[in-house]
Design a protein around this ligand. Structure first.
Ligand SMILES: [Zn+2]
Length: 382
């Protein structure tokens, strides 16, 4: 946010309109959408494409996105992978771990913006910078790593003052062997299968586990490309057949292909659930499960928006033409520079898929640092 010029702080909320080629119009005032008939002095012609509420990424490790994809898959379960990479890749882990935590978290934010996500669930300890002036919204949940790696499951279940009324997220049945295969029934035995559970992965879950999850009303968070990398496959189709609440997550670039758009495309290609359900997985279903306002373009909603030049299941980061979080543009094509200026957002240039984009500072500086450390992390900019 630019300040200064000797002027007093801006009192009136910044207002502008976005107009699509199809003639629809939304008006942003401050961090909210207001009536499309509201008079404005700044109108942005978006051109051709699709304007959507910002997507919701239900699983990420924001500070791990500048690591190379590590391991020697396929593994039987995620515990084997976790132990193996510390033996096999200690040097790479130390090297990537040298990036300051603030930079690492910001690179994670950039990955989310490049995938059209304006809200993300961070599956790791909270960091104070996530509360203020972070480029994307971070939804707070209670987090346990997994049955096998969580040191303080009771503490994780209880949450802290900020998270105790929020859903409970845990990696579950992440693998293809008997260790992973026992976890859903073990969770049921311990009373952990509940309606507030966001069960992440469930690669090993079978039909009986699906019935257990159904009885509990738990939600599924699906990260197909991370699963494919570690285990050579993802969750079974029957897991989705009974119509559980389905959310999508990216996991981190330590295991996954790229952005939320990659996960959506991978899920679409598998054909296990309808396109409608996949759209809802990154929108209304995720919002309901996370206790967030319903994502829509109506007056009164948060001004979290993404404008794509391609349909959702075909879009890649280069097609993400504009991302607005809480009324402020965070990433967009160079043609939208006047909107960034109108909103007082200081920008930097960033090449994405051969196109000139603008990002809120210092995200391009952060991207350069991350890619210099780990060239592989640059795949999200292709
Ligand atoms: Zn994870």
């Amino acid at each position: 946010m630019r300040r200064g010029n000797g002027r007093p702080a801006e009192r009136r909320a910044v207002t502008y309109a976005l107009r699509t080629a199809a003639g629809s119009r939304v008006v942003v005032r401050g961090d909210r959408l207001v009536s499309p008939r509201t008079p404005v002095d700044h109108v942005v012609a978006l051109g051709g494409g699709v304007l959507l509420p910002g997507l919701i990424n239900a699983h990420d490790h924001l500070q791990l996105n500048h690591y190379p994809r590590l391991g020697n898959p396929p593994y039987g379960n995620a515990y084997q992978w976790g132990r193996d990479i510390h033996r096999r890749h200690a040097t790479e882990i130390r090297r990537a771990g040298a990036l300051p935590r603030r930079d690492a978290l910001l690179f994670g934010a950039l990955k989310n913006l490049l995938g059209g996500a304006t809200t993300v669930v961070h599956h790791d300890p909270w960091h104070p910078m996530l509360d203020r002036a972070f480029p994307v919204r971070v939804a707070r949940v209670r987090v346990a790593h997994s049955l096998g790696f969580e040191r303080d499951l009771d503490g994780a279940l209880a949450g802290d003052r900020e998270s105790r009324a929020r859903p409970f997220s845990m990696h579950l049945a992440e693998g293809i062997d008997r260790v992973a295969g026992r976890e859903v029934s073990e969770c049921e035995r311990r009373g952990l299968l509940r309606r507030d559970l966001l069960a992440v992965h469930l690669v090993a879950a079978d039909a009986e586990d699906a019935r257990r999850l159904r009885r509990a009303g738990a939600a599924i968070v699906w990260c197909p490309t991370s699963n494919q990398f570690l285990f050579g496959r993802t969750a079974r189709q029957e897991l989705f057949a009974w119509g559980p609440d389905l959310l999508m997550g990216t996991d981190s670039l330590l295991t996954a292909t790229g952005t939320l758009l990659d996960e959506l495309r991978a899920a679409r290609q598998l054909g296990y659930v309808s396109p409608r359900r996949l759209r809802d997985a990154v929108s209304i279903t995720a919002a309901c499960r996370l206790g967030l306002p319903a994502p829509n373009l109506r007056s009164g909603s948060p001004a979290d928006l993404v404008f794509l030049r391609q349909p959702l299941f075909r879009a890649r980061p280069r097609d993400v033409a504009l991302v607005i979080v809480a009324g402020k543009p965070r990433l967009g094509d160079a043609q939208f520079r006047h909107l960034f200026a109108h909103c007082g957002v200081r920008t930097q240039r960033l090449q994405v898929g051969g196109m000139d984009k603008l990002v809120a500072a210092p995200l391009a500086t952060i991207a350069r640092r991350a890619v210099a450390l780990t060239p592989q992390a640059g795949r999200i900019l292709q």
